[in-house]
Design a protein around this ligand. Sequence first.
Ligand code: PPS
Length: 301
Amino acid sequence: MEGIDFEALQHMARPEIFDFEGITMIPPFTDNWENVQNFQARPDDILIATYPKAGTTWASYILDLLYFGNRAPERQTSLPIYMRVPFLEMCFPGFPAGVDLANNLTTRPRLIKTHLPVQLVPKSFWEQNCRVVYVARNAKDNAVSYFHFERMNRGQPDPGDWNTYLQNFMDGKKVFGPWYDHVNGYWEKKQTYSNLHYMFFEDMVEDTGREVEHLCSFLGLSTPKEEREQVTKNSHFDAMKQNKMTNYSTIPVMDFNVSPFMRKGKVGDWKNHFTVAQNDQFDEHYKQRMKNATVQFRTEI
Ligand code: PPS
């Protein structure tokens, strides 16, 4: 794959976390900060924003299929999703920087991914009134998915054991900061910024077709029903898990023997991880942390 130094990525040491503008971060997401903050968005850019492991890849692929599935079918078999939808703040040694990938995109619209909390999103996206698609996932499943991702990905800090990890998640000491502030920050932004479409992972699992239809309305796309159904089918968990262009099997820092990127894709897998005591403690903490929040999540469907 052009621009990827597989050797460098294979020997990468796990990064250490540090505090960055009040947010827990790792150098690969802050080393290119000036260029990230100065990124020049265009009015038709679409920003796909999420807390890590909330359904970024799924939403990215759906958008990519809606815009380019028929217009550029060759990219479906030749270009992995992380090249089609650049991760803006990413700057790993051995991998092209997200800003450069985004600037080099020749597609219109440009689809761009970020995990930045709302207050750190480059201001040009707001100035250009870009469309923003935010996907949120219930905290418990999000935490579980993030735990397994950290276990299998040498580009992430070591999560420690599940109990240690869960405590750190509750304390907001995960890369990109507290889940609680992330989901609330975008929810609040939506109240004043009408070009933000707030989606839930649980709704996508429950009825993907319905969510694709809502997305089309938000994007102003009049995609015919048959095409929408095709997008829904192609973006099904099993299809994406089999598809080398969407399953991240082409990234050498991830060890699928530890845990695959397309792991389970379920709502409620947290029940297989939380002990009764952990669940009680989590619920109590959640109540406090979310007491002023108006956004509501489902932990089962
Ligand atoms: S990342 O690394 O932050 O970009 O990861 P992200 O894509 O946000 O989240 C990965 C989780 O999303 C699940 N996923 C899906 N679930 C259901 N259907 C589809 N099509 C789908 N695509 C991705 C993926 O399996 C990860 O969740 P877990 O719970 O770990 O399986």
